[in-house]
Design a protein around this ligand. Structure first.
Ligand code: FE2
Length: 404
């Protein structure tokens, strides 16, 4: 463990200096109820004459994609629509979007959806600029070095943060391997945060996606080195906003004020983690997504408080600051008590939103590869507050599983 710790910390120290040299930016936020009405103006500003709208069949059926395209029709903007994005967008989907874009002579992209539609549009934009490279060849870190066609991201959930992150997750059609493409050029030009598009989200989905955003913010806040003053500030504000608003949207989907606050929190958490990284919670959650197709937000929600407990005293000071900012715990008590109150507040909020404490589908025989994958994802890249040993990964996994 000693050598592993030294190696990871040196890697992260050097990586941090590399990251400082990059030209970080954010998607320009366009906020408020009815803000999708500003899309025609944004297109004009970017000189886009024929956008390709990328969305999924569910949003077409629910009439949400139609609300965006109606605005384009009214503004007299010619557009093309691709509405076949699946929940884990595949290489084939990305290639189909790129093909349609080129065949129709499009000059910009509008992604309407959760993480999937936005991710697919990001990578399709990269394929437009790199027609000779496959999606697999664009995978990994910093392999998309050209400016992409203008992309307007219109999130319909408040959680993934994809509307302002450098990352897109794509699944290889043949091998089913899910991997990330990460490059600053993948950050959309605009993030249109219109709460009216999220009012129809069912409570369970609002809860899970909101907990994903909370996990982004907490993991970014706990990062020991890649953070900037702005990412720390955004993470802190996202955490407080989520504690104040997530249960409001869970109880009343039509609460526009809380929906708006959640969209903004998700955007801020997205910026924070794209700069500062995620950590062991996401690394373990991804293994459950990969092996059992478990929903990302839900797995994060369950794993989040367990990992925070496993971190122990090393994170008490920071969790105490998050607790104070969110009005959790007893004023005047010590950091350890406040940190424990913060973790207890997560368990309690999960419970009130019907999120379980553990899963019944984790099989004994899968645990070794879950540990291996989580360790490989976290280390050395993620600047986690405590570098987990394999025993610590195992301990967390055992706590989030119900043995049959
Ligand atoms: Fe996430």
């Amino acid at each position: 463990m000693g050598l592993k710790l030294i190696y990871c910390r040196i890697f992260q120290f050097i990586f941090n200096y590399g990251a400082m040299l990059l030209a970080w930016r954010k998607a320009i936020p366009v906020e408020g109820a009815g803000s999708i009405g500003q899309i025609p103006g944004l297109l004009r500003e970017e000189g886009v004459r024929k956008p390709l709208v990328v969305t999924d069949p569910g949003l077409v059926k629910a009439g949400i994609a139609g609300r965006v395209t109606d605005i384009l029709v009214k503004a007299g903007i010619t557009f093309v629509q691709y509405a076949e994005v699946e929940s884990n967008p595949s290489v084939n989907t990305v290639n189909a979007i790129q093909k349609l874009y080129l065949a129709e002579g499009c000059d910009g992209l509008i992604a309407v959806g959760g993480g999937s539609a936005i991710d697919a549009a990001k990578v399709a934009g990269a394929r437009v600029r790199f027609p000779k490279r496959t999606v697999n060849q664009l995978g990994g870190l910093l392999r998309v070095w050209k400016r992409l066609p203008p992309l307007i991201a219109v999130p319909t959930t408040a959680g993934t943060g994809s509307e302002t992150t450098i990352a897109a997750l794509i699944t290889d059609t043949e091998t089913h391997h899910k991997y990330a493409i990460m490059d600053l050029h993948l950050i959309p030009r605009y993030a249109v945060l219109d709460p009216e598009l999220t009012v129809g989200l069912p409570p369970a989905l609002s809860a899970a996606t909101g907990m994903d955003a909370l996990t982004h913010a907490v993991e970014a806040y706990l990062c020991w080195t890649y953070n900037t003053r702005e990412s720390i500030d955004f993470a802190l504000k996202a955490v407080t906003a989520i504690f104040a608003n997530l249960e409001r949207v869970y109880k009343n989907g039509g609460d526009l004020e809380a929906r708006q606050a959640m969209l903004l929190a998700s955007y801020k958490a997205g910026f924070a983690f794209t700069r500062a990284g995620v950590g062991n919670i996401h690394a373990i959650a991804h293994t459950l997504g990969g092996i059992y197709n478990a929903p990302h937000g839900l797995t994060n929600a369950v794993i989040l408080p367990v990992v925070l407990e496993e971190y122990g005293p090393r994170v008490h000071r920071k969790l105490a600051r998050l607790a104070e900012a969110s009005g959790i715990g007893t004023p005047g008590s010590g950091d350890a008590e406040k940190a424990r109150a913060f973790i207890a507040a997560i368990y309690a909020m999960n419970g009130r939103m019907g999120i379980p404490r553990a899963f019944n589908f984790i099989k004994d025989e899968d645990i070794p590869r879950m540990i291996q994958w989580a360790d490989r994802e976290s280390n050395p890249l993620y600047p986690v507050p405590v570098i987990f040993s394999r025993d610590q990964f195992r301990s967390v996994i055992e706590k989030v599983r119900i043995k049959k």
